[in-house]
Design a protein around this ligand. Sequence first.
Ligand code: 5GP
Length: 190
Amino acid sequence: MKELEEKILKEGHALSENILKVDSFINHQVDPVLMQQIGDAFAGHFGNKGITKVVTIESSGIAPALMTALSLNVPMIILKKQPSKVLNDNLLQTVVTSFTKGTSYELTLSHQFIQENDNVLIIDDFLANGCALLGLIDIVKESGATLEGAGIVIEKGFQNGGQKIRDMGVRLESLAIVDSMTDDSLTFRD
Ligand code: 5GP
Protein backbone atom coordinates (compact mmCIF):
# COMPACT_ATOMS: atom_id res chain seq x y z
CA MET A 1 0.00 0.00 0.00
CA LYS A 2 1.70 3.11 -1.34
CA GLU A 3 0.55 5.62 1.33
CA LEU A 4 1.69 3.29 4.12
CA GLU A 5 5.11 2.67 2.55
CA GLU A 6 5.62 6.41 2.11
CA LYS A 7 4.71 7.04 5.76
CA ILE A 8 7.08 4.29 6.95
CA LEU A 9 9.92 5.79 4.90
CA LYS A 10 9.17 9.28 6.21
CA GLU A 11 8.47 8.62 9.90
CA GLY A 12 9.46 5.06 10.77
CA HIS A 13 12.89 4.22 12.05
CA ALA A 14 14.80 1.07 12.89
CA LEU A 15 15.47 0.82 16.63
CA SER A 16 17.71 -2.16 15.90
CA GLU A 17 18.03 -4.45 12.90
CA ASN A 18 14.82 -6.19 14.11
CA ILE A 19 12.51 -3.53 15.56
CA LEU A 20 10.80 -0.88 13.47
CA LYS A 21 9.48 2.07 15.44
CA VAL A 22 6.26 3.56 14.06
CA ASP A 23 5.16 5.43 17.17
CA SER A 24 4.17 8.61 15.37
CA PHE A 25 1.40 7.03 13.28
CA ILE A 26 0.51 3.48 14.49
CA ASN A 27 1.66 2.51 17.98
CA HIS A 28 1.49 5.64 20.12
CA GLN A 29 0.16 8.59 18.14
CA VAL A 30 -2.31 7.31 15.54
CA ASP A 31 -2.87 8.81 12.08
CA PRO A 32 -6.65 8.42 11.58
CA VAL A 33 -6.62 9.18 7.87
CA LEU A 34 -3.98 6.55 7.21
CA MET A 35 -5.87 4.13 9.50
CA GLN A 36 -9.02 4.64 7.47
CA GLN A 37 -7.09 3.88 4.28
CA ILE A 38 -5.66 0.77 5.98
CA GLY A 39 -9.14 -0.37 7.02
CA ASP A 40 -10.47 0.18 3.50
CA ALA A 41 -7.52 -1.74 2.03
CA PHE A 42 -8.21 -4.78 4.24
CA ALA A 43 -11.93 -4.52 3.49
CA GLY A 44 -10.99 -4.53 -0.21
CA HIS A 45 -8.97 -7.74 0.21
CA PHE A 46 -11.55 -9.61 2.29
CA GLY A 47 -14.83 -7.89 1.36
CA ASN A 48 -16.13 -10.90 -0.59
CA LYS A 49 -15.52 -13.40 2.22
CA GLY A 50 -18.69 -12.84 4.22
CA ILE A 51 -16.72 -11.64 7.26
CA THR A 52 -18.92 -11.38 10.37
CA LYS A 53 -16.24 -10.46 12.98
CA VAL A 54 -12.87 -8.69 12.95
CA VAL A 55 -10.53 -9.84 15.73
CA THR A 56 -7.35 -8.31 17.11
CA ILE A 57 -5.07 -8.21 20.18
CA GLU A 58 -4.87 -5.23 22.49
CA SER A 59 -3.46 -2.68 22.08
CA SER A 60 -1.73 -1.75 18.80
CA GLY A 61 -4.03 -3.89 16.67
CA ILE A 62 -7.12 -1.99 17.78
CA ALA A 63 -6.86 1.04 15.47
CA PRO A 64 -6.43 -0.87 12.18
CA ALA A 65 -8.94 -3.55 13.28
CA LEU A 66 -11.57 -0.97 14.18
CA MET A 67 -11.24 0.83 10.84
CA THR A 68 -11.46 -2.51 9.02
CA ALA A 69 -14.57 -3.48 11.00
CA LEU A 70 -16.11 -0.09 10.22
CA SER A 71 -15.39 -0.51 6.53
CA LEU A 72 -16.89 -4.05 6.56
CA ASN A 73 -19.75 -2.94 8.84
CA VAL A 74 -19.20 -5.75 11.38
CA PRO A 75 -18.18 -5.82 15.08
CA MET A 76 -14.55 -5.83 16.22
CA ILE A 77 -13.38 -8.03 19.08
CA ILE A 78 -10.28 -7.27 21.17
CA LEU A 79 -8.49 -10.27 22.65
CA LYS A 80 -7.25 -9.41 26.13
CA LYS A 81 -3.64 -10.02 27.11
CA GLN A 82 -4.54 -11.42 30.52
CA PRO A 83 -7.31 -13.54 31.97
CA SER A 84 -10.15 -11.23 32.93
CA LYS A 85 -11.62 -11.58 36.41
CA VAL A 86 -14.87 -10.10 35.19
CA LEU A 87 -15.27 -12.41 32.20
CA ASN A 88 -14.43 -15.67 33.91
CA ASP A 89 -17.31 -17.62 32.40
CA ASN A 90 -16.79 -19.51 29.17
CA LEU A 91 -13.32 -18.16 28.35
CA LEU A 92 -11.04 -19.39 25.56
CA GLN A 93 -7.34 -18.94 26.30
CA THR A 94 -3.89 -19.54 24.82
CA VAL A 95 -0.35 -18.48 25.77
CA VAL A 96 1.64 -16.12 23.52
CA THR A 97 5.28 -15.05 23.81
CA SER A 98 5.78 -11.37 23.03
CA PHE A 99 8.42 -10.64 20.39
CA THR A 100 9.09 -7.06 21.50
CA LYS A 101 9.04 -7.66 25.25
CA GLY A 102 10.38 -11.22 25.45
CA THR A 103 7.62 -12.13 27.94
CA SER A 104 4.58 -14.41 27.80
CA TYR A 105 0.96 -13.52 28.27
CA GLU A 106 -2.34 -15.33 28.23
CA LEU A 107 -4.63 -14.33 25.38
CA THR A 108 -8.28 -14.39 26.41
CA LEU A 109 -11.60 -14.35 24.58
CA SER A 110 -15.08 -14.52 25.98
CA HIS A 111 -16.65 -17.25 23.81
CA GLN A 112 -19.95 -15.39 23.45
CA PHE A 113 -18.36 -12.92 21.02
CA ILE A 114 -17.13 -15.48 18.48
CA GLN A 115 -19.34 -18.47 17.75
CA GLU A 116 -19.29 -21.45 15.39
CA ASN A 117 -21.23 -19.64 12.66
CA ASP A 118 -18.85 -16.66 12.48
CA ASN A 119 -16.45 -15.92 9.59
CA VAL A 120 -13.47 -14.27 11.18
CA LEU A 121 -10.84 -11.87 9.86
CA ILE A 122 -7.78 -11.33 12.09
CA ILE A 123 -6.03 -7.94 11.98
CA ASP A 124 -2.77 -6.96 13.70
CA ASP A 125 -0.19 -4.20 13.39
CA PHE A 126 3.03 -6.25 12.98
CA LEU A 127 4.05 -9.74 11.96
CA ALA A 128 7.52 -10.79 13.12
CA ASN A 129 8.01 -14.40 14.25
CA GLY A 130 4.29 -15.10 14.15
CA CYS A 131 3.64 -15.88 17.84
CA ALA A 132 0.88 -13.29 18.26
CA LEU A 133 -0.84 -14.34 15.04
CA LEU A 134 -0.53 -18.04 15.89
CA GLY A 135 -2.17 -17.30 19.26
CA LEU A 136 -5.00 -15.45 17.53
CA ILE A 137 -5.45 -18.32 15.06
CA ASP A 138 -5.52 -20.84 17.94
CA ILE A 139 -8.28 -18.99 19.72
CA VAL A 140 -10.37 -18.56 16.57
CA LYS A 141 -10.02 -22.29 15.90
CA GLU A 142 -10.95 -23.09 19.51
CA SER A 143 -14.11 -21.04 19.10
CA GLY A 144 -15.21 -23.25 16.20
CA ALA A 145 -15.58 -20.23 13.87
CA THR A 146 -14.24 -20.17 10.30
CA LEU A 147 -10.96 -18.30 9.86
CA GLU A 148 -11.17 -16.41 6.55
CA GLY A 149 -7.70 -14.90 6.77
CA ALA A 150 -5.39 -12.42 8.43
CA GLY A 151 -4.47 -8.83 7.58
CA ILE A 152 -1.19 -7.37 8.81
CA VAL A 153 -0.26 -3.72 8.55
CA ILE A 154 3.54 -4.27 8.50
CA GLU A 155 5.13 -7.67 7.94
CA LYS A 156 8.86 -7.97 8.52
CA GLY A 157 9.72 -10.30 5.68
CA PHE A 158 13.17 -11.07 7.07
CA GLN A 159 11.59 -12.81 10.09
CA ASN A 160 9.84 -16.12 9.64
CA GLY A 161 6.25 -15.47 10.80
CA GLY A 162 4.86 -14.82 7.32
CA GLN A 163 6.33 -18.04 5.94
CA LYS A 164 4.93 -20.07 8.89
CA ILE A 165 1.43 -18.68 8.53
CA ARG A 166 1.33 -19.04 4.72
CA ASP A 167 2.64 -22.61 5.02
CA MET A 168 -0.36 -23.37 7.28
CA GLY A 169 -2.62 -22.43 4.37
CA VAL A 170 -3.96 -19.29 6.05
CA ARG A 171 -4.66 -16.43 3.65
CA LEU A 172 -2.37 -13.61 4.74
CA GLU A 173 -2.49 -10.07 3.34
CA SER A 174 0.23 -7.66 4.49
CA LEU A 175 -0.08 -4.04 3.41
CA ALA A 176 3.68 -3.44 3.60
CA ILE A 177 6.41 -6.07 3.71
CA VAL A 178 9.78 -4.80 4.91
CA ASP A 179 12.54 -6.94 3.46
CA SER A 180 15.48 -5.25 5.16
CA MET A 181 16.21 -2.29 7.37
CA THR A 182 19.19 -0.49 8.83
CA ASP A 183 19.66 2.93 10.48
CA ASP A 184 19.52 4.71 7.17
CA SER A 185 17.79 2.42 4.69
CA LEU A 186 14.67 0.34 4.41
CA THR A 187 13.50 -1.79 1.51
CA PHE A 188 10.03 -3.13 0.72
CA ARG A 189 9.05 -6.29 -1.12
CA ASP A 190 7.28 -5.54 -4.44
P1 5GP B 1 5.37 -11.81 16.57
O1 5GP B 1 4.46 -12.44 17.55
O2 5GP B 1 4.93 -11.99 15.14
O3 5GP B 1 6.82 -12.21 16.76
O4 5GP B 1 5.33 -10.25 16.87
C1 5GP B 1 4.15 -9.55 16.63
C2 5GP B 1 3.80 -8.61 17.73
O5 5GP B 1 4.96 -7.99 18.30
C3 5GP B 1 2.95 -7.50 17.16
O6 5GP B 1 1.64 -7.67 17.63
C4 5GP B 1 3.59 -6.21 17.62
O7 5GP B 1 2.84 -5.70 18.70
C5 5GP B 1 4.96 -6.60 18.13
N1 5GP B 1 6.04 -6.28 17.16
C6 5GP B 1 6.78 -7.17 16.46
N2 5GP B 1 7.72 -6.57 15.74
C7 5GP B 1 7.58 -5.25 15.96
C8 5GP B 1 8.29 -4.09 15.48
O8 5GP B 1 9.25 -4.15 14.69
N3 5GP B 1 7.85 -2.88 15.92
C9 5GP B 1 6.80 -2.76 16.78
N4 5GP B 1 6.44 -1.53 17.14
N5 5GP B 1 6.11 -3.83 17.27
C10 5GP B 1 6.51 -5.06 16.87
